[in-house]
Design a protein around this ligand. Structure first.
Ligand SMILES: [Zn+2]
Length: 267
């Protein structure tokens, strides 16, 4: 995807504040949408994503005009916003330019050769004409059998239901496995939901229902286990107090490593 970008070097070392809506686990954000007031009626809405792989702030005007910011993990939010104010004219000009262009193609085309992820690995889409519809993982391929290879909607429906089915089975299995290996926690199997979550990888309600982001199935298994462990500990401790992290240490001693991988994950 073509993005316009500029980078600005940053110094300083502070963790930026998160402003996720209430109820969303602040420790497992995909990204956060923020609004920068510019005085009067004017404001700038942007999506902020942090990654330890960046050493500078990247400003991207997406093909649909939305503003995406990639910032180093340690960059204070105020510093990011200072940069946005300084580059405001450039951003507005880029946004006007993309608005004048025809609409961009869909991110996913659902055509042969396209790459899709499963458990941290990439698989290419292979379309086979067959009377029976099916999706199979064979070698490095997602082999999708359809009656009409040009029927992209059908290819998409088949692959997405394959993901949903596998996410449900896998997450149920990982939760049960972790509960069995941490019997000292005395947790009962919680009701699970696999959903499209826009704000986070997982969340736990006060009543003990856990929701997992369906896109977890695209990440390496250890990242999935970190989210599972995190949410299971939330069944006992609903906040991120020191007691929460101490318990997580006991459940998954190397969780920091997987949290870092999760933060770097790009979907
Ligand atoms: Zn949490």
């Amino acid at each position: 995807m073509a993005s316009s970008s500029i980078s600005t070097r940053l110094t300083g070392c502070l963790i930026g504040l998160s402003t996720l809506p209430a109820g969303v686990c602040r420790e497992l954000p995909l990204s956060e949408t923020r609004c920068l007031g510019l005085g009067g009626e004017e404001s700038l809405t942007y999506t902020l994503r942090r990654t330890s792989r960046r050493r500078s702030v990247g400003i991207f005007v997406e093909p649909d005009g939305r503003l995406s910011i990639l910032a180093p993990t340690a960059a204070p939010t105020e510093r990011v916003e200072q940069i946005l104010r300084r580059r405001l004219n450039w951003i507005r000009r880029q946004q006007r330019e993309v608005e004048a262009l025809p609409p961009p193609p869909l991110t996913r085309e659902w055509v042969a050769g396209e790459t899709h992820r499963y458990l941290g690995r990439q698989y290419r889409l292979k379309l086979v004409r067959a009377p029976e519809r099916s999706v199979k993982l064979l070698g490095g391929y997602f082999v999708v059998s359809v009656s009409d290879k040009k029927d992209r909607d059908m290819v998409r429906t088949l692959v997405e239901s394959w993901y949903r089915e596998h996410a449900k089975t896998l997450l149920n299995h990982r939760v049960e496995r972790m509960i069995a290996s941490t019997s000292w926690l005395d947790i009962r199997s919680p009701p699970l939901q696999i959903r499209t979550l826009r704000q986070c990888w997982g969340s736990t309600t006060k009543t003990g229902r856990i929701s997992f982001n369906i896109d977890l199935i695209k990440l390496p298994l250890s990242c999935i286990d970190y989210v599972v462990a995190h949410e299971l500990v939330h069944l006992l401790i609903p906040n991120h107090s020191p007691a929460f992290w101490r318990m997580l240490d006991r459940v998954m001693p190397d969780w920091r490593r997987w949290r870092n991988s999760l933060r770097r994950a790009e979907m």
